[in-house]
Design a protein around this ligand. Structure first.
Ligand code: PLP
Length: 469
């Protein structure tokens, strides 16, 4: 491809993306294809000769779009959102365009320094505790996902609890970790990857609101210590996946500080709510945490993948993840003058992800996200009132922010059939979860395009499909 061809194709692609975003609502939210449908439309061997860009673009519409579940659709009420703003798309494109690998400061100083600055901007916008800001012992980094952040926190906590022995002698000790049944599965996966194992994850009792009970945590820690175990990390959630439960981070933090246990706080979606001052309560107690993460790629609109992670003491993280072969030595790093972000995460190579956050904050600012969050929270409150007034439905969990969990009073079969029937229409998409052993429909209002009338249409769809009692 020549530069001129690239320029022409690039303009056409931007037009295509704009058109896709403008018309996304016309597609069924859930992809309607069956397994193998997409692969069957692709030749089994690679093209023998270069094809015209127009053919590839046409196949985006013909082959790819039908195989998409449309996360940008305003009636996407499933999972948690993955919003993609135009400003962040442009930043991502610029990042791809310059094509750098920001593994070391020296391999592209701008990639490192912009990341340091914009992650700190985000810390200011969220009003994070001073311990996570640049200039002290802590700092922030962009990880690919909240799962990567959890794994990195586990490795840093493991490093601290074993005084580095894990890395050097492979000694794991009797490490045990703490979470609840509601904590995201990335904690268990991280423990498996870290060689600690699922059996060393203690699931602490939860209260009626699905939040961790601090006294039960303290009691389990005492049992484990008496048993010769080494409690090393607690993962608290500020907004669980199933029901948006908020663990009492402040009380958990007291226990962790007393017991010298690493506290990681996972605010994958809801942490972003702290962009609105009235929702800053989601970060209560965070000044006692060792690490925290939230995903600008979820509710904020900074195109997947962008997880912002902060640590209060970067030394343990760097000690856990740094390894220095000769070919990565640089004078700047040896002089201690720079950050090498390869030491803050799992992979060596790193995309210039900070550009999409930089573009987003400069081109849009936070006002549109704040307005969207407020609109979504208000729509969720409206939905709660509708659910309360309909005898066929009950709330399955205390509603919080933008997630409403409901079930049909007739039981699991009715709830499951409702979810399947609603999703099959293609008009909206919901996710099923289980709370208190009961099937639950999660109605998450988080897509950037979602307005009140989409929530009303989604609710109407459920009402139309739900059996009478
Ligand atoms: N933590 C929570 C609370 C989540 O809800 C999710 C995903 O939705 C994750 C972690 C994992 O996020 P990611 O896809 O960024 O790894």
């Amino acid at each position: 491809m020549t530069p001129e061809e690239f320029r022409t194709a690039g303009h056409a692609l931007i037009d295509w993306i704009s058109g896709y975003m403008e018309t996304v609502e016309q597609h069924p939210v859930l992809s309607q294809v069956k397994p193998g449908d997409i692969a069957a439309q692709l030749p089994s061997s690679p093209p023998a000769a270069p094809e015209p860009f127009s053919d590839v673009l046409a196949d985006l519409d013909r082959v790819i779009v039908p195989g998409l579940t449309h996360w940008q659709h305003p009636s996407f009420f499933a999972y948690f959102p993955a919003n993609s703003s135009y400003s962040a798309i442009l930043g991502d494109l610029a990042s791809t365009g310059v094509g750098v690998n920001g593994m070391l400061w020296a391999t592209s100083p701008a990639a490192t320094e912009v990341e340091t600055v914009v992650v700190d901007w985000l810390a200011q916008l969220l009003d994070l505790p001073a311990r996570f800001r640049v200039g002290g012992a802590g700092g922030g980094v962009i990880q690919g996902s909240a799962s990567e952040a959890t794994l990195s926190a586990i490795l840093a906590a493991r490093e601290r609890a074993t005084a580095g022995a894990t890395n050097h002698t492979g000694t794991l000790g009797n490490l045990v970790a703490y979470a609840t049944t509601q904590t995201h599965s990335s904690i268990e996966k991280g423990l498996r990857i870290a060689g600690i194992g699922s059996d060393n994850l203690r699931l602490i009792a939860i209260d009626d609101a699905f939040a961790m009970v601090p006294s039960a945590l303290a009691a389990q820690i005492a049992i484990d210590k008496a048993d010769g175990k080494v409690p090393f990390i607690v993962v608290a959630s500020t907004g669980t996946t199933s029901s948006l439960a908020f663990d009492p981070v402040d009380a958990i933090g007291d226990i962790c500080q007393r017991e010298r246990i690493w506290l990681h706080v996972d605010g994958a979606m809801s942490g972003i709510a702290a962009l609105c001052p009235e929702h800053r309560w989601v970060l209560d107690g965070l000044d006692k945490a060792d690490s925290f993460c939230t995903n600008p790629h979820k509710w904020m609109g900074v195109t997947f993948d962008c997880d912002a992670m902060w640590v209060a003491d970067r030394a343990a993280l760097i000690s856990a993840l740094s390894i220095l072969p000769e070919y990565l030595r640089t004078a700047a790093a040896e002089a201690g003058a720079v950050i090498d972000y390869r030491d803050w995460g799992i992979p060596l190579g790193r995309r210039f992800r900070a550009l999409k956050l930089w573009f987003n904050l400069r081109l849009d600012g936070v006002a549109p996200v704040q307005a969207m969050i407020r609109e979504h929270v208000a729509a969720a409150a409206w939905l709660v009132e509708q659910v309360r007034a309909d005898p066929r439905f009950e709330l399955s969990a205390p509603p919080a922010l933008n997630l409403v969990c409901i079930h049909h009073v007739a039981g699991d079969a009715a709830t499951d059939e409702l979810i399947n029937a609603a999703n099959a229409t293609g008009q909206a998409l919901f996710t099923r979860t289980v709370l208190n052993g009961r099937s639950v429909l999660r109605f998450c209002i988080g897509s950037q395009a979602t307005r009140q009338h989409h929530v009303e249409a989604g609710w109407q769809l459920l009402k139309d499909l739900a059996p009478a009692v």
